[in-house]
Design a protein around this ligand. Structure first.
Ligand code: NDP
Length: 327
């Protein structure tokens, strides 16, 4: 049986993206085959499609680091035909053929059951961005950051990770300070539950080793000077969950906040996160994410828009979450 997919190949002038027909025989090894109904647009998908960073490490590649769909064939005893499933990460869309396709074949241990609280479309509205936002919230909680300790900063707030982090933190009782470069999105961020909006320019220049204490915790999707400033303004005993690099991969910081204020820097990785952590994150999302707020940050597009939207997400022009419908 043939199916449609977006295929990335390496051309003389860089990555070439083209809609192609493949057959199931072209798929890679795995014990579960899934009819994909939805995927999403992530920053990493933008990097893969444009070739702006070496995200793809197997050619040709189908991009799409996450998907939701229904099992159509399985030799894995944990799944049966008809089960609704979600996949995030594990190198899918990087080293293993990904989600921008009508069919995917993966290892069953990579999948999680679709939580009963969500449709496949809503699971992809959350997507890897929202699941990562939840992992960041869990990291703050694990490090003792409770709402009574003080506000929590979210950087890159109008992006995918940021929007879901704002909504989640507000719903579970934190006072949220949202940092954005898009002043026009202030009402959007307040609608998600942010109490205060700050201009990202306040955080994007070189950081002092330690500055006035402003927040008990932070969810940082931006890295570089922004992360350094977030750390330098974290209160005594606070925690910063670092998950992204939209400004840069560097961290021009100092040890001062760690050794003089006992600040914790918690690294958050969604790609190789163990299954137990994934199940915990999806279960908390089902409990703690306000679906109306999620819908407010989500737009739905045909997956054929992926190539046009890839440079847009890298330029920071995409607001909230994009769900791709796979026809
Ligand atoms: P988005 O592009 O949706 O969001 C990123 C946001 O960062 C933008 O919307 C913008 O927010 C802000 N931003 C962009 N460029 C800059 C800049 N130069 N300086 C400061 N802020 C900037 O991407 P995602 O939310 O999908 O991903 C965010 C980051 O998290 C990415 O780096 C991604 O690779 C990473 N990530 C990591 C994961 C992990 O497992 N660790 C999983 C998922 C994502 P605003 O306009 O509000 O300022």
């Amino acid at each position: 049986m043939s199916f449609k997919c977006l295929l990335l190949t390496k051309g003389d002038k860089g990555t070439v993206a083209a809609w192609t027909d493949l057959t199931e025989a072209d798929l890679m090894d795995g014990d579960v085959t899934v009819r994909v109904s939805h995927s999403t647009l992530n920053y990493k998908d933008g990097l893969a499609i444009t070739g702006k960073a070496p995200v793809v490490r197997r050619w040709p590649m189908i991009p799409g680091i996450d998907f939701a769909g229904v099992v159509t064939a399985t030799s894995n005893p944990s799944y049966k035909v008809g089960d609704a499933v979600v996949l995030n990460g594990w190198g899918v869309g990087e080293t293993h053929l990904g989600g921008y396709a009508q069919v995917a074949r993966v290892k069953g241990e990579w999948l999680v059951p679709l939580p009963a609280a969500f449709t496949p479309a809503r699971a992809m509205a959350i997507g890897t961005a929202g699941y990562t936002a939840m992992l960041c919230v869990l990291a703050l909680e694990h490090n003792g950051i409770t709402p009574d300790r003080g506000p929590v900063l979210v950087t890159g707030a109008a992006g995918g990770v940021g929007s879901v982090a704002v909504a989640l933190l507000a719903k579970i009782g934190y006072t949220v300070i949202a940092s954005t470069g898009r002043a026009a999105e202030a009402d959007y961020l307040k609608g998600l539950g942010a109490s205060e909006i700050i201009d990202r320019a306040e955080l994007s220049g070189p950081a002092r080793p330690m500055a006035k204490e402003r927040w008990a915790g932070a969810v940082d999707a931006v890295g570089s000077h922004t992360l350094a400033n977030a750390i330098s303004m974290t209160k005594y005993g606070g925690c910063v969950a670092a998950c992204g690099l939209a400004q840069g991969m560097d961290l021009p910081s100092s040890v001062a906040p760690f050794i003089l204020r006992g600040v914790t820097l918690a690294g958050v990785d969604s790609v190789m996160a163990p299954r137990a952590k994934r199940l915990e994150a999806w279960s908390r999302l089902a409990h703690d994410l306000d679906v109306a707020r999620l819908d407010a940050v989500t737009v739905t597009r045909p997956v054929t828009d992926a190539v046009a939207l890839a440079p847009e997400i890298l330029a920071g022009h995409v607001r909230g979450r994009v769900v791709f419908e796979i026809g």
